[in-house]
Design a protein around this ligand. Structure first.
Ligand code: NAD
Ligand code: TYD
Length: 346
């Protein structure tokens, strides 16, 4: 069995490739990745060396039609699992351009090439953010209407709609997965959890948006990878499957838990200007995945957080290399004036 994975040098894609290569010896994987600021071949360097007969890397842009068509040739792959995306809400607010290109046009190119090559199964890795924001109660189901609020989620919703249309119009065998907020090893430290863990370990301030009362549903990345695998192996073409961790936390609760876990004081928190259009609450009903795929999350938040913190502690060089590069300019643009605001009460 041979898979094409796009975006495999990012956070979830690299965990997915690691998960599959270490649990299924019959699989071979080709990873197509542009290596944007978020793509880091170091995430898979050990496997690239130890599994060289089963792992192949192709450096390229999913927007590049001739390149994609030269990779996805008839008979070469049994399935395409599509992770590649611009993935950070705050960056989409600073500039939505790359999100439109990669998330929408890139998906269109991949769908066309996959269809042309008669790919037997295609999985679109999407997000719960396409559903918009919940009030204090309720859960997103697969029937919840799409109502994206950020340029990031709008571009993901647009790509989901394209996938839907290819299923409907061409009978293309695609499945869409929508998952809540992931955490775990290899997450780029622009997302809240690795940003706050790495800042706390370095005694730097933690910029909490608004009053810190927005709620996210946290899932360990390996549980998400198991869900995508189950959707690929057992899902029905044309169906959508939601995945979540069943772990709702306000951002301030999350921050307190991680500060306690690393033994750092709450005085590191800075309440900064809120994100524009900040979705209040995400929470997932994953009963369809339980029922139809036999999937449920297995890693408790306490155990997952402990392991993730330990991973960041033992990979301080990985974080330092990222934070010394172009990320510095983004951090200054995103937080420069905001971090001048008041510290939290201890
Ligand atoms: P990431 O930003 O860590 O990684 C994205 C990867 O895609 C990088 O390796 C990057 O180099 C690659 N890439 C970007 N543009 C490309 C292009 N034009 N051509 C080829 N490769 C390109 O993202 P992530 O957090 O691993 O998210 C992966 C997928 O999962 C995304 O589709 C995202 O929308 C979805 N998702 C993420 C979360 C989350 O909590 N992080 C939750 C649900 C769904
Ligand atoms: P993030 O990790 O960017 O994921 P998403 O926006 O896709 O949910 O943010 C998670 C939550 O943390 C979100 O409510 C915004 C908040 N947040 C902060 O309070 N401060 C920060 O510096 C960042 C990056 C996020």
């Amino acid at each position: 069995m041979r898979l094409l994975v796009t975006g495999g040098c990012g956070f979830i894609g690299s965990n997915f490739i690691r998960h599959l290569l270490t649990t299924d010896s019959a699989l071979s994987i080709t990873n197509l990745d542009k290596l944007t600021y978020a793509g880091n071949p170091e995430n898979l360097a050990d496997l690239a060396a130890s599994q060289s007969s089963r792992y192949e890397f192709v450096h390229g842009d999913i927007v590049d039609r001739s390149l994609v068509e030269s990779v996805i040739t008839p008979g070469r792959f049994d399935a395409v699992i599509h992770f590649a995306a611009e993935s950070h809400v705050d960056r989409s607010i600073l500039d939505s351009g790359p999100f439109i290109q990669t998330n929408i046009v890139g998906t269109q190119v991949l769908l066309d090439a996959s269809r042309k090559a008669n790919i037997g199964r295609y999985v679109q890795v999407s997000t719960d953010e396409v559903y918009g924001s919940l009030g204090p109660t309720g859960l997103f189901t697969e029937e919840t209407p799409l109502a994206p609020n950020s340029p990031y989620s709008a571009s993901k919703a647009a790509s989901d709609m394209l996938v839907r249309s290819y299923v409907h119009t061409f009978g293309f065998p695609a499945i869409i997965t929508r998952c809540s907020n992931n955490y775990g090893p290899y997450q780029f430290p622009e997302k809240v959890l690795p940003l706050f863990v790495s800042n706390a370990l370095a005694d730097l301030p933690l910029p909490l948006y608004g009053a810190g009362l927005n709620v996210r549903d946290w899932i360990h990345v390996v549980d998400h990878c198991r869900g995508i695998e189950a959707a690929w192996r057992k899902g029905q073409p044309g169906e959508v499957y939601n995945f979540g961790g069943g772990c709702e936390l306000t951002n301030v609760e999350l921050t307190h838990r991680l500060l306690d876990a690393v033994g750092k004081p709450r005085s590191l928190i800075r309440f900064v200007t809120d994100r524009p259009g900040h979705d209040l609450r995400y929470a997932i009903d994953y009963s369809k995945a339980q029922r139809e795929l036999g999937w449920s999350p297995q890693i408790s938040f306490d155990a997952g957080l402990r392991d993730t913190i330990a991973w960041y502690q033992s990979h301080s060089d990985w974080v330092a290399r990222i934070k010394s590069g172009a990320y510095r300019n983004y951090y200054a643009e995103q937080y420069g004036t905001r971090l001048a605001s008041k510290p939290a009460a201890p």
